[in-house]
Design a protein around this ligand. Structure first.
Ligand SMILES: [Zn+2]
Ligand SMILES: [Zn+2]
Length: 328
C-alpha cells in the first residue's frame, strides 16, 4: 500500500486515528518512514511526527527493532527543538529502549523529562507510560503525586469548578487515578477529586448530546474485568456496573424514552477509538466511543421479558438478575 504524496499535518493526525484499523499497519509505518526521509511531507518540520507515528505503529505490532529505528530517527529529526512534540518523541524513544532491554539508556532519557509533568501534559503522558513499561510504575505514581501537589499548591486550596477550570491538574489527576487503579491502590483525596471532576465532565457531555448514550454502554463480564484495572468510571464492581445501568434505563423510561437498548462495549475497540498514543479511558474518548456504539448495530433491546434471559449475559432470568438491581 502507499500513502498519498505531500502528507499534511492533518493527514498525519488522521493516520494516527486510523492506522491500526487498516489491513497493513506496518506498511503504513514503512510509508511514513519513507515520506519523512524522502521529502514526502507537505511540511518538512513534520518529519519527527511522522517517524514517531511509525515507531508507535511498529511497537504496537511488536516489531521492536523497527520501532527503535523509527524512534531514534524521530529524535534526530527533532534535533534541538524544544516543544512538547519533541519531548514526547524522547519519552517514546525511552519507552522502546525499555522494551528492548536497554534500561540504562532509557532511564538517562526519562529522568530529565520529569519537570514536563506540570508543564506539558501531552508529553507527560509519554513520560509516565515509559516509566510503566520500564517496570517503574511506583515511580510514575510518585512523580504524578508530586506534580499534583505542586500544581495544587500553586492554585491554592479552592477546588476547581470543572475539568476546564482544573486544566493541567485535571490531566494529572486522571493519569494518577488510572495508574493507582492499575496498582490496586485505595482511593485517596486526589482520587476522589479526580472522580468528582470526571463525573461533572461526563454529566456536562450527557446534557449537551441529543441522546445520553454514554450512560448505556454495557461491559460484559470479561471486558469489565479488564477495564476496571484502568478506570472505575463504570462502577467499582460488575454488580455495581449492572445496577447503575439498569437504574439508568428505568430512569430514562420514566422520562418518556422508548426503544431503549444496551450497548455492549469491548476494551479493544475502546482502545482503538483513542488512536495511537491516546488515553482509552479519558472522559472524551469514552464519550466518543459511546457515540460510535450508539450508531452501530450491536444493541441489546431493553427490557427483556421478565422470564427471558437477562440482558447482562449472566444466563439467569431477567427477573432473577438485573431487574431487581433497579431497586438497589
Ligand atoms: Zn477510582
Ligand atoms: Zn443480569
Amino acid at each position: 500500500m502507499s500513502l498519498k504524496a505531500d502528507l499534511t499535518t492533518a493527514d498525519l493526525n488522521e493516520i494516527r486515528q486510523t492506522a491500526l484499523g487498516t489491513a497493513d499497519p506496518l506498511g503504513v509505518a514503512a510509508d511514513l518512514g519513507r515520506a519523512a526521509e524522502n521529502g514526502g511531507l507537505a511540511d518538512p518540520q513534520d518529519a519527527g511526527l511522522a517517524l514517531s507515528l511509525a515507531a508507535e505503529i511498529a511497537e504496537s505490532r511488536s516489531k521492536l527493532d523497527a520501532a527503535q529505528r523509527y524512534a531514534d530517527a524521530a529524535v534526530s529529526a527533532y534535533g534541538d527543538r524544544d516543544d512538547s512534540q519533541s519531548a514526547a518523541a524522547r519519552a517514546l524513544r525511552a519507552r522502546i529502549l525499555f522494551r528492548n532491554g536497554r534500561a540504562d539508556e532509557a532511564n538517562e532519557i526519562v529522568e530529565p523529562l520529569r519537570p514536563l509533568l506540570t508543564q506539558q501534559p501531552d508529553a507527560a503522558a509519554y513520560v509516565t507510560a515509559a516509566l510503566v513499561v520500564g517496570g517503574r510504575a511506583r515511580d510514575a505514581e510518585k512523580w504524578l503525586t508530586e506534580a499534583v501537589q505542586e500544581v495544587v499548591a500553586e492554585r491554592g486550596v479552592t477546588e476547581p469548578a470543572d475539568a476546564d477550570d482544573a486544566g493541567v491538574l485535571f490531566f494529572l489527576l486522571q493519569q494518577r487515578h488510572r495508574l493507582r487503579h492499575a496498582l490496586g491502590l485505595q482511593h485517596d483525596t486526589h482520587d476522589n477529586l479526580a472522580e468528582r471532576l470526571e463525573t461533572r465532565l461526563a454529566n456536562a457531555g450527557a446534557q449537551s448530546a441529543a441522546a445520553p448514550a454514554a450512560d448505556l454502554v454495557f461491559w460484559p463480564r470479561a471486558e469489565f474485568d479488564r477495564l476496571v484495572k484502568q478506570t472505575d468510571a463504570y462502577g467499582a464492581t460488575w454488580d455495581e456496573h449492572r445496577a447503575r445501568l439498569e437504574q439508568e434505563l428505568v430512569r430514562q423510561t420514566g422520562a418518556g424514552r422508548t426503544g431503549l437498548a444496551v450497548l455492549p462495549g469491548s476494551v479493544d475497540a475502546l482502545t482503538a477509538q483513542a488512536g495511537i498514543g491516546g488515553d482509552p479511558v479519558s472522559s472524551d474518548n469514552r464519550a466518543a466511543y459511546a457515540r460510535t456504539l450508539a450508531t452501530g448495530a450491536a444493541r441489546l433491546p431493553w427490557p427483556p421479558e421478565r422470564n427471558g434471559a437477562c440482558w447482562c449475559g449472566s444466563g439467569l432470568k431477567y427477573k432473577k438478575c438485573c431487574l431487581p438491581r433497579s431497586r438497589g
